[in-house]
Design a protein around this ligand. Structure first.
Ligand code: IDP
Length: 139
């Protein structure tokens, strides 16, 4: 089984602003295959579970509110070197530091409302993908 997979979600600001299609186009143009995709909304509790690693950070409460404030589009993506290549495609967490041409440079509004998530390791990609998708949905 390939391990060249990563997990992403288009965040509430970008979905609400109508950027879903444009972001998916950039992802596919960069050579990623969509393995799984859906549109859904997190409760604040479930957002808190997803971001549990940040629970001691001062922005955790705000992050959970923001991530449950509207629809999101989670996806599992596949490509050689998926995790690192996808982090490069989305750019730095803070859009002010994101490189030209990256998804966050184009669509992020702030360090919190930064348009898109990208897993930071193969292990987290697998955990985060399974947070949203059953095995039968990953093909
Ligand atoms: P990443 O999404 O680029 O991997 P992380 O440090 O894992 O960045 O942070 C997770 C998410 O938490 C960010 O994407 C962003 O939405 C939010 N976040 C990170 N740092 C801050 C901050 O300093 N203020 C507000 N929100 C933040």
């Amino acid at each position: 089984m390939t391990t060249n997979r990563t997990f992403t979600m288009i965040k509430p600001d970008a979905v609400a602003d109508g950027h879903t299609g444009a972001i998916i186009q950039l992802i596919e143009a960069a050579g990623f295959r969509i393995v799984a995709i859906k549109k859904t909304q997190l409760s604040a509790d479930r957002a808190g579970q997803f971001y549990a690693v940040h629970q001691e950070r001062p922005f955790y409460g705000d992050l959970c509110q923001y991530m449950s404030s509207g629809a999101i589009v989670p996806m599992i993506l596949e490509k050689e070197n998926a995790v690192a290549d996808f982090r490069a495609l989305i750019g730095a967490t803070n859009p002010e530091q994101a490189a030209e041409g990256t998804i966050r440079k184009k669509f992020a509004k702030s360090v919190q409302a930064n348009a898109i998530h990208g897993s930071d390791s193969d292990e987290n990609a697998a955990i985060e993908g399974s947070f949203f998708f059953a095995d039968l949905e990953k093909f």
